[in-house]
Design a protein around this ligand. Structure first.
Ligand code: OAD
Length: 230
């Protein structure tokens, strides 16, 4: 086998780097109301609260380091004869700092800012404030470049093209609760791809996968990559 591998990652791959997941017992959505901090309506109601929430996420991310799972995926990109495409729902940059290339951030990035008025994007400062002006149009409409609930994920056309041409699809550290990402396994199966789930516990869509590896990402991902690279 040397065909295209498409990898979908979620919060579980960064959990052992110290970044919280969303839906586990101590997850972010058990501590915060996602309607208040992760929707365009929440941002309109209380931009300060939303910016502070993402300022805290950005600070956590800056203090975290990539783990053995991120690094194993970078090794796979380097050593595999075919193309290895990493699509992440994560807004951290641990894949990149772990050595991965051309990561597709379908839910945006903590280290990028977006003008809600003119759509301009730029590198986010460590902390964002309500009064921050867009460097292009000067509107005080700075928001994190994060895809919120009710918004359309980034790069969907490209992701669909990759899925249509993949030989293997693997989902790592994602609960399968959020679409469209949770449906990628079906698109991959429709083209006859081998499907693999690597997660701490079975996800909501586990029955769609042919092969499953359960355990911490820092153990299971290097094991799986080791098997592929022989
Ligand atoms: P979730 O918090 O929904 O799921 C995390 C998954 O990782 C769960 O299935 C856990 O069992 C698993 N997990 C936890 N620790 C792990 C470990 N050490 N090794 C392997 N797996 C582990 O996070 P996501 O599926 O990424 O979107 O959530 C999807 C989206 O929902 C996020 O991108 C975010 C969130 O709302 C937005 O904010 C727009």
């Amino acid at each position: 086998m040397s065909g295209k591998i498409v990898i979908l990652t979620g919060a579980g791959i960064s959990a052992e780097s110290g970044l919280g997941t969303f839906r586990d017992v101590d997850g972010l959505w058990t501590q915060y109301d996602l309607n208040e901090v992760a929707t365009p309506e929440g941002f309109e109601r209380n931009p300060k609260l939303v910016l502070e929430f993402y300022n805290a996420r950005r600070a956590n991310c800056l203090g975290a380091a990539p783990n053995a799972a991120h690094e194993a995926l970078a090794r796979l990109q380097e050593g595999w004869a075919g193309e290895v495409v990493i699509v992440t729902q994560n807004v951290d940059d641990l894949h990149e700092r772990g050595g991965a290339r051309d990561v597709i951030h379908m839910h945006g990035q903590l280290d990028r800012a977006l003008c809600a008025d003119c759509g301009h994007r730029w590198d986010a400062p460590k902390e964002m404030f309500v009064e921050d002006a867009c460097p292009k149009c000067s509107a005080p409409a700075t928001r994190p470049d994060i895809v919120w609930f009710g918004e359309i994920p980034y790069a969907m056309d490209g992701i669909m093209d990759h899925l249509a041409g993949c030989e293997t699809f693997v989902a790592i550290g994602t609960s399968g609760e959020v679409y469209p990402a949770a449906g990628f396994v079906h698109q991959a199966r429709a083209v006859g791809a081998r499907t693999v789930e690597i997660n701490l516990e079975p996800s909501s869509v586990v029955s769609a996968f042919e092969e499953t590896w359960f355990g911490p990402a820092t153990e299971k991902v290097p094991e799986w990559v080791g098997r592929l690279l022989g």
